[in-house]
Write a protein that binds this ligand. Structure first.
Ligand SMILES: Nc1nc2c(ncn2[C@@H]2O[C@H](COP(=O)(O)OP(=O)(O)OP(=O)(O)O)[C@@H](O)[C@H]2O)c(=O)[nH]1
Ligand SMILES: [Mg+2]
Length: 601
């Protein structure tokens, strides 16, 4: 029988920082029937299994060691500096209560000092200097959060002050001066050395960026996905970003990944039981098959998360949208319309735009990085040639594009058309939308009789049809439930007169949300259904989940005779998923995660 000790050294290697996977939480598989008879040999072989059993009752979430930093008390201004109604200074750590006792005094002079504040209750108070109670620094509010029921899981004090530069600065200086010494300086004629001053708050120091949140993570209040969600929530500029961040901060991603990891660990327990006991005598048959089935389900879920059209990442970083088309069609006019200002130069001269002009916009609640490009045509002008090459690259690198065409040009016979179609046609992809512009230049017949899709089908090759895009690994596809009503992706409008522009804007925002948004859609019965849940919002999530996918796939290649190797793949898979949430020791990535936080958060 194999035991883990017989693994090849390469498979036994683990990062020295990684917590051994034996401490993973799992429920013993129900298929295992323990007998009362246990031979001495079995007893030694089953140590792995017993370790799992023990840890099932003790391990819950990250149990990282207490660092020196956690023994100190940190303070910082948690609101933006400058003039404002309220500024909040946060103090977290063992000295928080001491700070309260020294600096928070009842509002009235007659009021009794509150040595033991009622936790989680706002107290109206004077904020005084810790070494001179008569020196009132501000008149405000204070609240004491008793650990572990606080954000950081430590005793935390919040001082709600008037947010004026002088007030904030006075309170911060008072805290800072009390960390070194509160003993007034005296002159002494004796030769004896002066007594070493005792600081009022011995553990107090200014907080580093993101340190309050780091303590919340170390205290088990948040996992890494919630920490990242919190940061994204603070940074959110559009509705889509806010909704994505709230989900992560609330722990939705944590729950999804924890459940996934639990399933992997359950399968691992089954396989390890086989290593310890072997199928047949003490363990029911079909255990390995049971583990396989569990892993297949997990793998399907992981693939679903990975096949998300990069929605989460694009929502965070911005969807790259390139405007392209022939010269003089109205591309820069479209950029100005979307930006609602004269950002780009517009003239009747074909070839006005030479370089890429980019700006960030909120379209339908989604963050979009919009780029105007040079008109595509054959040219001998050196500068224009460079601009056209840049335009091509911008379109190819974009997540989505809008091709602007002049409607009168499309309708005129090829011999009279000023548009050279081959240049822009080469850049049309399944993620291209069309705006047929200058409808005001058509004779006064109802433009509603014109079908933009039909007009385009005569211009575009069949492979670049405007019907819903085919699935490819790179190009986002529209989920099946949306394909029952193909979204519109071509509109007729006049950017000069404004006719049709609102319909274009509404339709385009809807199409954009269908591809990248988090909005609920209705199924055939009219019930609200969510699109695939967005779990991945960062490259690091994708990397770890891809690694997990790889290990799960390798596991499925093994049979019941390779249980040791199979178990090792499951361990790696569980570790990879755990790295996303921080459920294992990931000290090396913590710095990267918390580095971008502001001080006071
Ligand atoms: N009649 C009419 N003219 C328009 C419309 N939209 C834009 N124009 C005009 O068309 C000309 C070209 O517009 P631009 O927005 O500069 O076109 P472009 O595609 O950026 O052109 P290049 O930068 O040269 O590639 C300008 O004179 C615009 O005022 C429209 O809907 N109707
Ligand atoms: Mg232009």
């Amino acid at each position: 029988m194999f035991t883990l000790n017989r693994l090849p050294p390469s498979l036994l290697h683990r990062s020295p920082k990684a917590r051994p996977l034996h401490t993973l939480t799992f429920s013993p598989p129900s298929c295992i029937r323990r007998t009362t008879r246990t031979s001495p040999l079995r007893s030694s072989c089953s140590s792995n299994f017993r370790r799992h059993q023990r840890s099932a009752h003790t391990s819950s979430g990250p149990t990282l060691p207490t660092s020196d930093a956690q023994k100190s008390t940190i303070y910082a201004l948690s609101t933006p500096p400058g003039r404002g109604g309220v500024g909040i200074i946060r103090i977290s750590g063992p000295d928080a209560l001491q700070v309260w006792r020294k600096m928070v005094k009842p509002h009235t002079a007659k009021g009794k000092p509150i040595t033991n504040p009622t936790p989680w209750k706002l107290h109206r108070c004077r904020i005084v200097h810790p070494s001179d109670e008569s020196n009132t620094l501000d008149d405000g509010l204070a609240v004491f959060f008793k650990g572990p029921k606080s954000f950081t899981s430590e005793d935390t004090l919040e001082l709600h002050l008037h947010s004026g530069r002088a007030v904030i600065s006075a309170v911060l200086s008072a805290l800072s001066s009390s960390t070194t010494s509160s003993t007034p300086m005296t002159t002494s004629s004796s030769s004896a050395p002066p007594p070493t001053p005792t600081p009022t708050f011995s553990t107090l120091r200014p907080a580093a960026p993101g340190e309050f949140t780091r303590r919340a993570f170390l205290g088990g209040r948040l996992d890494l996905t919630q920490v990242e969600g919190l940061k994204d929530l603070i940074d959110a500029e559009t509705e889509g970003q806010r909704r994505l961040a709230v989900r992560a901060a609330e722990g939705e991603v944590r729950a999804q990944l924890s459940s996934l990891r639990k399933d992997v660990v359950h399968a691992l327990a089954q396989v390890e039981a086989l290593i310890d006991f072997g199928e047949g005598e003490e363990i029911e048959e079909g255990v390995f098959e049971g583990a396989r089935e569990g892993v297949e389900k997990v793998l399907e879920t992981v693939r679903g998360y990975l096949d998300d059209h990069r929605r989460g990442e694009l929502l965070r970083s911005g969807i790259k949208l390139a405007i392209f088309g022939p010269p003089n069609a109205g591309k820069s006019s479209l950029l100005n319309f979307l930006a609602q200002r004269e950002a780009a130069i517009v003239t009747p001269i074909p070839g006005t735009t030479r370089d890429i002009l980019s700006l960030s916009l909120d379209i339908g609640g989604l963050p979009v990085i919009l780029s105007d490009t040079a008109g595509l045509r054959k040219t001998e002008d050196v500068v224009e040639k460079i601009g056209i090459e840049r335009a091509r690259q911008a379109v190819q690198n974009a997540d989505i594009s809008i091709c602007v065409l002049s409607l009168p040009d499309i309708l005129s016979p090829p011999s009279q058309s000023s548009t050279d179609t081959e240049h822009w046609r080469a850049l049309v992809s399944p993620t291209t939308f069309f705006l047929l512009n200058k409808s005001d230049l058509l004779p006064p017949s109802p433009t509603s009789s014109l079908d933009p899709e039909r007009l385009l089908s005569s211009l575009l090759p069949p492979s670049a049809s405007t019907s819903p895009p085919a699935a490819t690994s790179e190009v986002p596809t529209i989920p099946a439930q949306e394909q029952s009503h193909p979204p519109q992706n071509a509109w007729i409008a006049s950017l000069s007169s404004g006719t049709g522009t609102q319909a274009f804007l509404n339709g385009f925002a809807t199409a954009l949300n269908a591809r990248y948004g988090l909005s609920a859609t209705a199924d055939d019965a009219g019930r609200a259904t969510e699109l695939n849940p967005v779990v991945i919002t960062r490259a690091r999530h994708r990397d770890h989940l891809k690694a997990a996918q790889g290990h799960l796939e390798v596991f499925l290649e093994y049979g019941p005779n390779d249980v040791v190797l199979a178990a090792e793949e499951l361990r790696y898979a569980a570790r990879a998923i755990g790295k996303v949430t921080g459920a294992i020791d990931v000290e090396d990535i913590l710095d990267a995660v918390f580095r971008d936080f502001c001080i006071g958060k």
